[in-house]
Design a protein around this ligand. Structure first.
Ligand SMILES: *Cc1c(COP(=O)(O)O)cnc(C)c1O
Length: 227
């Protein structure tokens, strides 16, 4: 299957669902990504700042770029001008910095941000507990932010073949989303996204209510880390 075929396959699978595809381009060269673009795709995700910046420069500028990997505060300045969405917000400190840099660039559109919640039971290096996420939403700093729009939650499930376990984690994230929606975003239509599901588990995630699947190898093939 060509990359174009893969994009068309996902378009077909997601038709008549509320779910969109984030094509994850990490480690893949420009030429490969351009093929997905030429097939009509415009939503792309990267997990590293440097790769994101390089690719954004070399590809058409109507791409909506999502940062999906851990973001260090000192790197926000490199992406704040153009990034569409930062899916990996995991602290108030980071959110404060995103807001500050977006203001410096005088952005006309706010930066869409998603709260990364830890749902996996392993190596939960990144992602917040619900208590941490709620502390952000209750903070005075957050209330003052003019350049941030919180659009939903993101989670990375455990790396396992255990379908029951994956389903349980996705369901947990959906409950987390519903809780935050009711408590903090009841009348706010911006808060609507649940980003969950990757190449190996997106079908389960979709069944459990995902609105954004993040697929890399399922579109672009296996990653070559030795390039
Ligand atoms: C790499 C990555 C993906 C995509 O992984 P695949 O298994 O290649 O689909 C999704 N989400 C995040 C956060 C990633 O870093």
């Amino acid at each position: 299957m060509s990359i174009k075929d893969n994009i068309l396959y996902f378009d077909e699978q997601l038709r008549n669902t509320p779910c969109r595809l984030i094509a994850v381009t990490k480690t893949h060269p420009i030429k490969t990504i351009q093929e997905a673009y030429d097939a009509g795709h415009r939503l792309f995700g990267e997990n590293k700042v440097q790769e994101l910046v390089e690719k954004r420069d070399l590809l058409p500028h109507d791409i909506a770029w999502h940062l999906i990997g851990h973001l260090q505060t000192n790197k926000v300045k490199y992406i704040a001008q153009f990034v569409d969405t930062i899916q990996s917000v995991d602290s108030l400190k980071l959110l404060v910095e995103i807001n500050k840099r977006a203001e410096q660039f005088n952005r006309t559109l706010p930066v869409n941000c998603m709260l990364q919640i830890s749902i996996a039971d392993e190596e939960t290096k990144y992602g917040m507990t619900m208590e941490e996420a709620e502390a952000i939403l209750q903070s005075e700093e957050y209330r003052q932010m003019k350049y941030i729009r919180i659009t939903g939650v993101m989670g990375i499930a455990t790396n396992t073949d255990d379908e029951g376990k994956l389903r349980g984690e996705f369901r947990q994230l959906r409950y987390n989303f519903l809780h935050l929606k009711e408590k903090y975003f009841f009348a706010n239509d911006d808060f609507k996204e649940i980003s969950m599901g990757m190449t190996s588990d997106w079908k389960i995630a979709l069944e459990e209510g995902s609105t954004m699947i993040r697929v890399g190898s399922g579109i672009f093939g296996n990653r070559n880390y030795n390039r």
